[in-house]
Design a protein. Structure first.
Ligand code: SF4
Length: 239
């Protein structure tokens, strides 16, 4: 977990990493962390404090419902990443049971060992996977789903996905890693398109759903996600 508090603000919900991975659910912890932050902020305001660090959030979340919920599942994703789906998920299940029944883990607290960006390997080490085309009944293409989610940005706003070095993106992301951004981005923002005989990196920033995967997964850490227009996000009219 990152440090949650800083002068004048705090990370809560998904931005703090409060998703319970085996349950694929984080909304309960997002609500609880919002309540904790509001309680601590109200206490600080009542005490006449301003612009300082509300450290009570940092010290109390681990002992509360969020900490209890996440402590039991802390090793599931590291085990899954290390040992693969069949063995890793099985070990993760065993670990959750020992945590639940006996209050301890045989593994202690595991770490991932490397970043998501460092875990990517060159395409030459792997065979391409040919996924079946979406059938429009049970499976759907990404852009149709982005359209249904009704997210949008102002069309003429500055691009908030900054590629630091376009040459590196072509030499490495495209030539060595076979353009993973065209697959990991859930909104189909990135495309390698042939234009005038050259592969060109196209960024459809207005489709971005702000998951920040590109910021952490790009193998060269060459993509920097920034909040659009000083903090604006996609418009989610259905939320
Ligand atoms: S933040 Fe997520 S949705 Fe937006 S461009 Fe990056 S990967 Fe795609």
């Amino acid at each position: 977990m990152p440090k949650l508090t800083f002068p004048g603000g705090a990370l809560i919900g998904c931005s703090a990493g409060f998703v319970n991975v085996p349950r694929i659910k984080g909304s309960h912890n997002a609500v609880l962390s919002g309540i904790l932050a509001a309680d601590k902020l109200a206490e600080a305001i009542a005490a006449g404090r301003a612009n300082d660090e509300v450290t009570g959030i940092e010290t109390e979340w681990r002992d509360g419902l969020i900490g209890k919920d996440l402590k039991k599942v802390r090793n599931v994703k590291p085990l899954w990443s290390k040992f693969g789906t069949v063995i890793g998920v099985g070990l993760g299940g065993l670990d959750m049971w020992t945590n639940e029944l006996f209050g301890f883990s045989l593994f202690g607290t595991l770490k991932h060992g490397k970043t998501d960006a460092a875990s990517l390997e060159p395409a030459s080490k792997h065979k391409p996977i040919n996924y079946p085309k979406p059938d429009g009944v049970l499976t759907f293409d990404r852009l149709s789903s982005v359209f249904l989610s009704n997210t949008n940005h102002e069309e003429d706003q500055p691009v908030h996905l900054k590629v630091k070095d376009m040459g590196l993106q072509k030499r490495s992301e495209h030539d060595v890693f076979a353009g993973p951004s065209t697959r990991y981005c859930p909104a189909g923002v990135y495309e390698w398109r042939e234009q005038d005989g050259e592969e060109t990196y196209v960024i459809n920033a207005q489709n971005c759903v702000h998951c920040k995967t590109c910021d952490i997964k790009d193998p060269n850490q060459n993509i920097n996600w920034v909040p659009p227009q000083g903090g604006e996000g996609p418009v989610y009219p259905n939320m």
